[in-house]
Ligand binder design. Sequence first.
Ligand SMILES: NC(=O)c1ccc[n+]([C@@H]2O[C@H](COP(=O)([O-])OP(=O)(O)OC[C@H]3O[C@@H](n4cnc5c(N)ncnc54)[C@H](O)[C@@H]3O)[C@@H](O)[C@H]2O)c1
Length: 375
Amino acid sequence: MSGADPRPAGPLPVVLAGAGNMGRAWCAAIEDDPGVELTGIADIDRTSARAAATATGRDVAVGTDAVELAAATGARAVVDATVPAAHHPVTTAALFAGLDVLGEKPVAETVAQALSLAAAAQVSGRLFMVSQSRRWNPQLFALRAMAADLGAAGTLTTGFFRAPRFGGFREEMAHPLLVDMAIHAFDAARFLLDAEPVSAYCETHNPPWSWYAGDASATAVFAMDSGARYTYTGSWCAPGAQTSWNGEWRLSAQRGAVRWDGDHEPVPDTGPAPPVAAAPSGIAAALRAFTDAVRTGATPMGEVHENVPSLAMVEAAVRSARTGRRVLIDDVLDGAHAEALRTEPHPDVRAALAGWPSAREALARVRDARTAAPP
Ligand SMILES: NC(=O)c1ccc[n+]([C@@H]2O[C@H](COP(=O)([O-])OP(=O)(O)OC[C@H]3O[C@@H](n4cnc5c(N)ncnc54)[C@H](O)[C@@H]3O)[C@@H](O)[C@H]2O)c1
């Protein structure tokens, strides 16, 4: 990671890549955080970059290439809020330019690209952290602590029922709910259960009244390596009795159960809910964890190796829905590893990928090594 370089004593200078909807939210979060200094905004659409810069009320540099802009403005890191298809090229270029990267979810468009990014982080020695904004929720942290007190987990369920009318690409995708939204819940499930996925079985459908071209409803069952089962049922065309955007959750465990409506404090069945301490949440919390990690060399939650299994759950669920079969996560990871080796253009990244005993082992080994021994 970034341990070899002198670490900045003052605010961390960063360039924002991507000035769309999330880019503007990141711009506000960066401007609000005294530990970070926004030195530039890059977007292939210069007009969007300029509009975001103007909204800051400061004279922020703009450009179309994040790495060039970082070099010109002295930035040490990039916040990548571009479209998913640009995550791999933008983040790879930044890592090999010696910049640390905080990227929006999903880590990349495919698991193969995600593995390439994990290897690129290793080879470049830079930090690449993925911001899963819904994981950075103090209520979810409280739920996790309650879950740990309940002993072995049996079944974890998420219900997600909303009826947003986005227009645009989401209404044209084959699997809008699974690909664009469910990763938040899948990622939170891994965090809550402190367990990794083993297999996925998923069915999707599109209700007759749906305004989406693809399947807007899905039910997925994951076997986890702890023995627990995680079940996700959701729909993006579900008018009435809508759930929180976080979904509604129930954990059934060895010594009881706990429920969370996604918006308020989780409620254990063993007694009253303890109050949840106020703390930064969402992208503001992810940004703080990232800057702390750059300064200290510690491994933050969401470091690329730790994040990849959340995307593997999405890919496994989509594959299961398409084939009607249960899909092993190892088959997704192994197939992605082979594809990454076939398509990787960077010789050092290809050599790193070739040295992995398996994708699952490489992800776990690096994750564990970094967690165990921060520099
Ligand atoms: N955490 C959340 O809750 C949440 C919510 C919405 C979106 N997202 C994620 O945020 C990311 C951006 O989504 P959005 O809704 O802002 O999309 P958007 O289409 O509104 O904006 C993306 C921007 O990236 C720019 N861009 C594309 N390629 C680029 C490149 N190579 N270099 C620089 N800029 C480039 C586009 O011109 C566009 O302005 C996606 O990964 C999405 O999944 C996360």
